[in-house]
Design a protein around this ligand. Structure first.
Ligand code: FNR
Length: 378
């Protein structure tokens, strides 16, 4: 990996290594991808303030996340189908996160199940919950997360209705998968990936065993998912989940200050300012544009986390300078996983850590707590 110097290098390698349908599933966004682009463009438009002749010999990226020590203000975000980017992908990603001293979040839509990951890692991880129509199943999932000693529940609240991702439909990302000649040719040119998946024991949604009813027809994955998800979901359900989940609760997918104010009343410890990585409401503001107002409104009541477009340590500094306490990364680590498996996830985290250290030094700060709007150039 000597020539891999930035997340974009991992992305390029991921693109070559993994079948197009799975790469596009990770890389692309909903509809015209305006919000996907805005996430990156708005972060990149933020200019940092270069400072000189400050003693920066004692730089330290350590912080706390949900009251626990963390080596970096970084969390691996929940990503569905991670195990299709690389076999046992969720286990590899979780191990890499733990080795780096940061939390890992397992998606409801993971390939490895909660129990699978728990049996293969030695520290608790976070579990992300999507609320589906069958509440008995949701209660059982929460009980499984409790039994696996998951250290936080991340309740995703921005996927009641699914934003269409054109690429997934065009690529036949379906349950079960849709085959075509071009797809077969594509798979044939990715032998390492095919061999990995054949070696791996897991090829379907691990947490949903027995709950794939309705998936027998060939429907676009997004459409199938949208038939399972509960469009009636509302704040009362958050109360219900709060009452049956005894641990730390994070509400993920808040972009509006009124919603943030409601979230602060739920007893959740944190929220994630997020537009689902530009995969849901196209035309919504970038996450970074939404962040400052939400921090102003609820930053003293709950931990405000951020995601959407983070591809570098510079981006982490930008988000923290706008009031985020920590950042989730999605695609940045999935590119690493798709490119090189577990070591690729470690590489992605290492790249961001090194960039963060350098950026802190060049901005003249030594600690994460010192990163505020003083590091921004106006
Ligand atoms: C996601 N995201 C997501 N979020 C969630 O709560 N549950 C999930 O299962 C998924 N699945 C998923 C799959 C893929 C391929 C991507 C790229 C994203 C959203 C994710 O947690 C996070 O909010 C975004 O990825 C953040 O944006 P960046 O870092 O990818 O730009």
């Amino acid at each position: 990996m000597k020539h891999i110097t930035c997340i974009e290098d991992l992305r390029q390698r991921h693109m070559r290594k993994v079948p197009k349908a799975f790469f596009d599933y990770c890389d692309r966004g909903s509809y015209a991808e305006e919000t996907l682009r805005a996430n990156r463009e708005d972060l990149q438009a933020i200019k940092l303030r270069q400072r000189i002749l400050v003693d920066v010999s004692k730089r330290d990226t350590a912080t706390t996340i949900l009251g626990e020590p963390a080596a970096l203000p970084l969390i691996l975000a929940p990503v569905g189908l991670t195990g299709m980017q690389h076999s046992d992908g969720e286990i590899h990603a979780c191990r890499a996160a733990h080795a780096a001293g940061i939390p890992y979040t397992l998606s409801t839509m993971s390939i490895c199940s909660i129990e699978d990951v728990a049996a293969n890692v030695d520290k608790p991880f976070w579990f992300q919950l999507y609320v589906m129509k069958d509440r008995g199943f949701i209660k059982a999932l929460i009980e499984r997360a409790i039994a696996a000693k998951c250290s936080a529940l991340v309740l995703t609240v921005d996927l009641q209705v699914i934003g269409q991702r054109h690429a997934d439909i065009k690529n036949g990302m379906t349950v079960p998968p849709e085959w075509s000649l071009s797809k077969l040719v594509d798979f044939a040119t990715k032998p390492a990936w095919v061999a990995g998946v054949l070696r791996g024991k897991r090829r379907t949604f691990g947490n949903l065993a027995g709950h794939l009813k309705g998936a027998d027809d060939v429907v676009a994955l997004g459409n199938w998912i949208s038939t399972q998800f509960d469009t009636t979901l509302n704040w009362k359900d958050v109360e219900w989940i709060r009452s049956i989940w005894p641990g730390k609760l994070v509400l993920k997918g808040i972009l509006d200050v009124e919603d943030a104010n409601e979230a602060a009343k739920t007893g959740a410890q944190a929220l994630v300012v997020s537009n689902h990585g530009g995969r849901q409401l196209d035309g919504a503001p970038s996450s970074i544009a939404a962040l400052p107002e939400i921090v102003d409104a609820v930053g003293d009541k709950m931990e405000v986390m951020f995601d959407g477009g983070i591809r570098s340590g510079q981006d982490v500094v930008r988000a923290i300078a706008h009031g985020a306490r920590s950042c989730m990364i999605g695609r940045a680590y999935i590119h690493g996983l798709g490119a090189y498996g577990g070591p690729g996830v470690t590489k992605a985290i290492d790249i961001i850590r090194a960039e963060l250290m350098t950026t802190m030094g060049l901005c003249g700060v030594n600690t994460i707590a010192e990163i505020d709007d003083h590091v921004l150039a106006v």
